[in-house]
Design a binder for this molecule. Structure first.
Ligand code: SAH
Length: 218
């Protein structure tokens, strides 16, 4: 049951990723395999393979498939890397990363989302993913250094504690901007100044501070 809808996924990959120019074979393969619908609320499952972000509760969203594919490709993973994701949300991006990298640490500031994602990832057998309920822009999980970092919420500038936990030679992919004016960036850490590359315009929920515990949420 959990692995059905493969036709919808193949179509999603062909129409939303390949046609838009994403050509990383490993990313395309994994996105054909991982069931997106199990990360989407039941009432919205009929839209799980549409080309849009969807609400997952707590004012948060699961990113649109194109953005998940693009960010995954920008990380240049070959299966050997130790990756940090900031913003677990539904856990879908973490499930994709788990098949592209050696290991994944993912942090989510909304504890109930972290718990839900952790359960789904376990059910899917993503044994190389560790989920933390924490504000990772401040308290970065001490499991680094990381070979690659992906931030799936928008910051107004590069959070320096995150860059600090990136290994030299590694890349950090992050949306930067405000409101509707956001751009996806890739920072490559070098011995000298970072190499900064601009990707596409995008729209993410904001990177926020503090942790939302279960009992604090109305
Ligand atoms: N990658 C997710 C999409 C997440 S949306 C997916 O595949 O579904 C962004 C998430 O970032 C939200 O769940 C939000 O609560 C979380 N977030 C925002 N600021 C954060 C922070 N400082 N630390 C950890 N998570 C954060």
């Amino acid at each position: 049951m959990i692995h059905d809808q493969s036709v919808a996924r193949s179509r999603m990959v062909a129409e939303q990723l390949e046609e838009a120019g994403i050509d990383d074979r490993r990313v395309l393969h994994v996105m054909r395999e991982v069931p997106r619908h199990v990360f989407v609320p039941k009432l919205l499952r009929h839209r799980a393979y549409h080309g849009c972000a969807l609400p997952i509760g707590y004012d948060q969203t699961i990113s649109q498939p194109f953005i998940v594919g693009l960010m995954s490709a920008l990380l240049e993973l070959d299966g050997t890397q130790h990756v940090l994701e900031v913003g677990t949300g539904s856990g879908y991006q973490a499930a994709i990363l788990s098949r592209l990298a050696r290991s994944v640490v993912t942090a989510e500031r909304v504890e109930p989302l972290a718990l839900r994602a952790s359960k789904i990832l376990e059910e899917l057998g993503c044994a190389n993913v560790e989920v933390y309920a924490s504000d990772a822009s401040d308290a970065v999980p001490e499991r680094g250094p990381y070979d690659a970092i992906i931030v799936t919420a928008c910051a107004d500038k590069l959070p320096s504690p995150l860059f600090h936990h990136l290994r030299e030679g590694g890349v950090l992919v992050i949306p930067i901007g405000q409101g509707e004016q956001q751009t996806l960036y890739r920072y490559r850490k070098t011995a000298a100044e970072p190499i900064i590359e601009r990707s596409v315009a995008c729209r993410f929920v904001p990177l926020l501070t503090g942790v939302v515990r279960k009992e604090n949420h109305a």
